[in-house]
Design a protein around this ligand. Structure first.
Ligand code: DQA
Length: 164
């Protein structure tokens, strides 16, 4: 976001992981692989400066959050601090009208990501309550869903705030 004096401040981006994603690493590794949530967070954090430099992105800071409590999750995504949200709502994707309504009401731009290839899985995973108000959705690429989603989110925020 550009401040009034012309200086650039960082985009504050929340990386929000929903229910059961704390179990990554041991949870159904044939579907989700063996990377842990901490591995994913480290991958994003440790490469961020390099991506910003090589892709000419605006400066960003990442804040990581995971909860199995829908209430806590709703409260976190509602904070006015966030310029954008990279969100994996996990099972709430397919069940939570409450989360979809909350994201729509709060209005913070978000990109939805999933590790697994939802189109290849059970029918009930093909519907996302949260996708329709998202900037975009990336799925099926494992940790790279987060990488691609983050790049897309930052570039969207740059366009929206006219940072070139
Ligand atoms: C998931 C896909 C959801 O269907 C599932 O409930 C999850 C993880 C994914 O990242 O692939 O918990 O969001």
């Amino acid at each position: 976001m550009v401040q009034q004096n012309g200086s650039q401040r960082q985009f504050n981006i929340l990386v929000a992981n929903g229910v059961n994603l704390d179990l990554l690493g041991t949870r159904e590794p044939e579907i989700y692989g063996t990377v842990t949530l901490l591995d994913i967070e480290r991958e994003l954090q440790s490469n961020l400066d390099q991506w910003i430099k090589t892709l000419n992105l605006a400066p960003c800071s990442l804040h990581f959050f995971q909860s199995n409590s829908e209430e806590n999750f709703l409260m976190e995504v509602s904070k006015p601090t966030w310029d954008g949200i990279l969100i994996n709502p996990a099972a709430w994707t397919h069940t939570s009208l409450a989360l979809a309504d909350r994201l729509a009401a709060v209005g913070t731009p978000y990109v939805e990501v999933h590790l697994s290839h939802l189109a290849r899985r059970e029918e009930f995973r093909r519907h996302s309550y949260t996708a329709s108000n998202s900037v975009g959705v990336v799925y099926g690429l494992g940790v790279d869903s987060y990488v691609a989603g983050l790049m897309g989110l930052i570039r969207h925020l740059m366009r929206a705030s006219k940072v070139s």
